[in-house]
Write a protein that binds this ligand. Structure first.
Ligand SMILES: CC(C)(COP(=O)(O)OP(=O)(O)OC[C@H]1O[C@@H](n2cnc3c(N)ncnc32)[C@H](O)[C@@H]1OP(=O)(O)O)[C@@H](O)C(=O)NCCC(=O)NCCS
Length: 175
């Protein structure tokens, strides 16, 4: 039976499963995720990072979520760079799904749920995202959920030792 996708706010207790996924997937993620310091791959380092994300949540600049398959943490989904001012009302969605749970539709369903949080909870008007030009799996997730590419940010992210172009995505959420 297909597992059910959920998202919820991240908690300090998520540090251990997140560190375990990121240790296992270090090679698989190398082309797509920025290099991280050694502490990123430990539960203690992740717990510290989660504290920082939750401070951002309390300040209203970040909505830091985890992705669940039934009750298991399988990834993260984050709305970052939230600009709540009435004339802006936008935020940028980022995500990863552990290799053991990929290609089952979890990222797509998590993005759909995050878009609901952005609309109903955060009152945002515009969603943005950024992928590398070569990340076709991520492009498919975004396209399937109403995002369109609107530009290229040249040499904008250092991935696997070289500066890559970023594809910029947008979706208008409503009023
Ligand atoms: C990108 C990522 C989040 C997708 O997660 P996922 O749960 O597997 O995504 P979904 O199952 O919802 O959808 C994946 C889509 O990509 C397609 N896909 C998967 N691998 C692909 C590949 N190598 N080339 C082309 N398409 C691919 C799948 O067929 C599916 O498309 P479809 O539903 O239109 O058929 C996941 O692969 C990941 O975390 N990768 C590593 C880190 C990363 O890329 N983060 C995002 C940075 S922007």
């Amino acid at each position: 039976m297909r597992s059910r996708t959920g998202i919820r706010l991240i908690e300090t207790a998520d540090a251990a499963p997140i560190a375990a996924h990121r240790v296992r997937d270090v090679e698989a993620f190398r082309p797509w995720e920025p290099a991280q310091p050694a502490e990123f791959f430990t539960p203690e380092g992740q717990a510290e990072r989660i504290d920082g994300l939750l401070a951002g949540y309390r300040a209203g600049t970040v909505w830091p979520g985890v992705v669940l398959a039934d009750d298991q943490v399988i990834g993260q989904i984050t709305v970052a760079g939230i600009l709540p001012q009435p004339h802006l009302r936008r935020g940028s969605v980022g995500y990863w799904i552990a290799s053991v749970a990929q290609n089952q539709g979890h990222a797509g369903r998590a993005v759909e749920l995050a878009l609901r949080v952005m609309t109903d909870e955060l009152g945002l008007h515009r969603a943005e995202a950024s992928t590398s030009l070569e990340n076709v799996a991520s492009h498919r997730v975004l396209r399937r959920h109403g995002f369109s590419p609107y530009g290229v940010a040249h040499s904008s992210i250092l991935l696997d030792g070289s500066w890559r172009d970023g594809l910029l995505w947008e979706r208008i959420l409503g009023d």
